[in-house]
Design a protein around this ligand. Structure first.
Ligand code: 5GP
Ligand code: ZN
Length: 117
């Protein structure tokens, strides 16, 4: 289990590790993915250390919902709305999660296919 002290995204939120932060508010922040998979690839995270959707509790609902509102706002700001974009949460190993601090990927600027593979 990764402790909050060691968690990469907690450390980015505390500004102990540099990242291109593009948005922040009281409960969330967004920054550029270090290995972008599309012209726009942002990660929206809660400031609080939530591990993944699997551990989600009823009291986390508004905080996690807010991440999607932030992602939608950033998509609007970056003119992704007309063509569309993808907002996804990889949850657990088989879901493709590699950093165990919950995050919404906001991907845009190219066509995405389904199923994602
Ligand atoms: P996951 O695979 O957990 O859904 O997504 C983790 C994402 O974090 C990946 O897209 C990966 O490129 C990104 N990432 C990993 N390490 C860093 C880092 O140190 N800085 C930033 N900005 N992104 C990172
Ligand atoms: Zn964390």
């Amino acid at each position: 289990m990764v402790r909050m002290d060691d968690c990469l995204f907690c450390r980015i939120a505390r500004r102990e590790i540099p990242a291109k932060i593009v948005y922040e508010d009281d409960s969330s922040l967004a920054f550029e993915d270090i290995q972008p998979q599309s012209p726009v690839h942002l990660l929206v995270i809660p400031r609080r250390h939530l591990v993944s959707l699997r551990e989600m509790k009823p009291e986390d609902e508004s905080e996690i919902g807010h991440l999607f509102a932030v992602a939608a706002g950033l998509a609007r700001e970056r003119a992704l709305e007309n063509n569309g974009y993808r907002a996804v949460v990889n949850s657990g190993t088989w879901g493709g999660q590699t950093v165990f601090h919950l995050h919404v990927h906001l991907l845009g600027g190219r066509v995405f296919h389904w199923p994602p593979g």
